[in-house]
Design a protein around this ligand. Structure first.
Ligand code: GLN
Length: 195
């Protein structure tokens, strides 16, 4: 059984653990960078990206997260986690981890639509995924190596680049575990080839 960590500095952590366990993997809350050595894949949860970045620096996670990714280990960024993975953020001079070649805009769905749900087709995952958007970002453009997995009203809301996966919504807040399941499969495949 693969072990999947959820970065546990801030945000929707417990729900991801439940979804991971539901998808047939072991879930681990990651609070120290040393714990990254114990896991095969990592989820960066939703929350608030600037706060999460501050805590990443405070607990000395930054280089450890980049090196986790550069070893080929899968990372799944959801909502604020997607923002952390992008290499360009509108209105900000600096990106965070910069692991996915994409330009993102924070809080992209406007005030009246701060939170909403939509049934989305996600390539390779589902025709009707129950997506919960909470002050969600969207992806404005992606590089050639990035595969768009889902769009909502013309905005890109899920994408994949090699072993990095991201979505603008919260896949852990409903009983629809199909996207987490997809990430568990990615992690299982990567763990097999790493052996
Ligand atoms: N708006 C948040 C940010 O910019 C993301 C919201 C979320 O993760 N639900 O970081």
């Amino acid at each position: 059984m693969v072990k999947i960590g959820v970065l546990g500095l801030q945000g929707a952590v417990r729900e991801h653990i439940k979804s991971i366990e539901h998808s047939g993997a072991e879930g681990l809350v990651i609070k120290k960078k040393e714990q990254l050595e114990e896991i095969d894949g990592l989820i960066l949860p939703g929350g608030e990206s600037t706060t999460m970045r501050r805590l990443i620096d405070k607990y000395d996670f930054f280089e450890a997260l980049k090196s986790f990714g550069s070893q080929g280990k899968p990372i799944f960024g959801t909502c604020a986690g997607l923002i952390l993975l992008a290499n360009e953020i509108i209105g900000q001079d600096h990106a965070h981890l910069g692991l996915i070649d994409m330009k993102v805009e924070r809080n992209a769905f406007g005030r009246q639509k701060e939170s909403f749900e939509a049934l989305l087709p996600i390539k390779e995952v589902a025709e009707d995924f129950e997506a919960v958007f909470i002050r969600a970002p969207h992806i404005i453009s992606v590089g050639d190596n990035v595969e768009v997995l889902s769009t909502y009203k013309g905005s890109i809301v899920a994408a994949k680049q090699d072993h990095y996966l991201c979505c603008a919504f919260h896949p852990e807040l409903t009983d629809d575990h199909r996207l987490t399941n997809y990430f568990v499969k990615m992690t299982e495949e990567s763990a097999l080839t790493a052996k």
